[in-house]
Ligand binder design. Structure first.
Ligand SMILES: C[S@@+](CC[C@H](N)C(=O)[O-])C[C@H]1O[C@@H](n2cnc3c(N)ncnc32)[C@H](O)[C@@H]1O
Length: 257
């Protein structure tokens, strides 16, 4: 397997910045609505990253509740510790959660399972830490869903093909319902959240994604630095003609009561 994206200090900061944009803020609001947390609940955010969602969940469960933010990246844990709100930030991974059996009412994992090679192992861990009847929300992208206008469609296709190597499964949503079912969860039909950026605004998810993609794909699949820079400059210079759309799929499931 080629090397996946590393969540080092630079990448962590870039992701933190991209996740402050209005489209990702709206995605978090929808995730929170779907989770419907109640005061006093205990919840874990697996692969919590910069900790924005964990902080918002801490406000929802209040002083009588508890939020664990688990992430294997020290850079991400440092960012999460800097968020406002009481979050218990812990080192760990989806297939090795630092939590006791049946200890959480709800679990959330957004943009994480697509990085995990052992999906059945991660879902078994989820079941282990959830209380009977506990609920889980999983959000992941199908990276084939990108529609990205550029002046050179062939170059954009090659850049995005190389970007698919940044994770373990760029098409995870297609098999997630079946995997949840096999792991013993009751699953409801998925929903889609569309991130859509059009027009000249630069404070957008797609603008934040460009440097992450450019760094990752340079030197891969025959893409040299000059060609990648030309792609990045092109999509950044489209102004009013900018068009970017990507689908994120949300799965709600519950553990047996
Ligand atoms: C794209 S970020 C998403 C962060 C956060 N969930 C969000 O949506 O804001 C992916 C995160 O998954 C974490 N991660 C990568 N592999 C993981 C694994 N095996 N188990 C748990 N987290 C992992 C990374 O360190 C990173 O923080």
């Amino acid at each position: 397997m080629t090397q996946m994206l590393k969540f080092d200090t630079v990448t962590a900061r870039r992701i933190e910045s991209a996740y402050t944009t209005a489209d990702v803020v709206a995605q978090r609001r929808e995730v929170l609505d779907l989770l419907a947390l109640r005061p006093g609940e205990t919840v874990v955010d697996i692969g919590a990253g910069p900790g924005f969602l964990a902080a918002e969940m801490a406000a929802a469960v209040g002083d009588s509740g508890r939020v664990y933010a688990v992430d294997p990246s020290e850079s991400m844990r440092t960012l999460a510790r800097g968020r406002v709100g009481v979050i218990d930030v812990r080192d760990g991974a989806a297939d090795a959660l630092p939590l006791p059996d049946a200890s959480v009412d709800a679990a959330v994992t957004t943009q994480v399972l697509e990085y995990v090679a052992d999906l059945p192992g991660a879902l078994a861990e989820l079941r282990r830490v959830l209380r009977p009847g506990g609920r889980v929300l999983i959000l992941d992208t199908d990276w084939d869903s990108i529609v990205w206008h550029s002046r050179d469609d062939d170059r954009t296709r090659r850049v995005l093909a190389a970007w698919q190597d940044h994770l373990a499964d760029p098409h995870l949503p297609r098999r997630l319902a079946g995997a949840l079912d096999a792991a013993g969860f009751a699953v409801t039909p998925p929903r889609v959240i569309v991130l859509l950026n059009t027009g000249a605004a630069r404070d957008t998810f797609s603008a934040g994604l460009v440097p992450l993609i450019a760094d990752f794909v340079t030197g891969r699949c025959g893409l040299g630095a000059d060609e990648v820079q030309a792609w990045a400059d092109d999509v950044a210079s489209l102004g009013d003609d900018t068009f970017f759309s990507l689908n994120r799929y949300v799965f709600l499931a519950s553990a047996p009561a």
